[in-house]
Design a protein around this ligand. Sequence first.
Ligand SMILES: Nc1ncnc2c1ncn2[C@@H]1O[C@H](COP(=O)(O)OP(=O)(O)O)[C@@H](O)[C@H]1O
Ligand SMILES: [Mg+2]
Length: 258
Amino acid sequence: MTEIVLKTEDLTKHYGGVQALEGAEFILHKGEHVAIMGDNGAGKSTFVRQITGVEQRTRGKVWLYGEEVHFAGPLDAREAGIETVFQTLALADDLDVPDNLFLGREKTYFDWLGPFRLLDYKGMREATMEGLRKTAVKIPNIRNTIRNMSGGQRQCVAIARTASFHSKLTIMDEPTAALGVQETAQVENIIKTLKEAGEPLILVSHNMRQVFDLVDRIIVFRRGRICANLKREETDPQDVVAYITGAKTGKEYEATAL
Ligand SMILES: Nc1ncnc2c1ncn2[C@@H]1O[C@H](COP(=O)(O)OP(=O)(O)O)[C@@H](O)[C@H]1O
Ligand SMILES: [Mg+2]
C-alpha cells in the first residue's frame, strides 16, 4: 500500500445555483505528480480552492496524510504543508523577493536584549539565494520589489517559493499560462526537481505537451465533475482531448482504484 498524500470524498462547491464542483473523489499517492485538465470553467480552480481553504466547501471531506483537514484559509493550508501557486498570483507587490518567499513564515531569532523576536533578514536573503539557485531562476536583484518585475519573474518567484520549502504537497494552478518559452522551461525544471525529491504535486495545466512530459497521471474535469482518471502510459493527447470535450466517457469510476 502506498501512502496516500491527499484524498477527497464527495468534494462539492456550489456558488448559488452554479454547481462548480460536484462530488469529486480524488487520491494522490506519495511522490506522485498528477495533472488536472479540463475546459475553461470545468471546475479545476474551484477544486484547488476547496482543498486549500481559499473557500469553504459546500460539502465533502478532505484528508492530508490520513488526517482529516478543513482549512479556514490559505495560510492554514500552508501551515499544514500545502504550498500553492494560484492562477492569479498571490505575491505582495510592495515586498522584495525574500520577503515574498518568507511571507507567513519569517525567519526570526531571539535578541539577547529582550523578549522580542527579530526578523532574520540575513538568513532570509541567504535562503532566498539558495532557493533561486536550485530553480535556476534569474532575478537581477532580489531586493527589487515585486511591483517592478515582469509577469514571468513574478511567477518564477512564486514557484521558487514552492521549491525552497519542503512542502508536504505542492499545488500549481496553471503556473505557465502567462509565461514565455524560457520561463516555462524553468518552471518545468522546478517541477522535475520536485519529482526527483519525491515531493508530490498537483498541476492544473492546459499544456498537453507539458502534462505528458511531466506527470504520472491525468485527471480530467468536465462540468464540475471528474470524468476521467488516466495513467499517462495508458493514454495519449487525443484520448485526453476526447474526455475534455465529452466525446468519450466512462473512466470516472476508477478514481479510487488507481
Ligand atoms: N466565485 C464564484 N462565483 C460564482 N461562480 C463561480 C465562482 N468561481 C467560479 N465560478 C464558476 O464555477 C465554474 C468553475 O470555475 P473554475 O473552477 O474557475 O473553472 P476552471 O478553473 O476549470 O477554468 C465556472 O462556471 C465559473 O464561472
Ligand atoms: Mg482555473
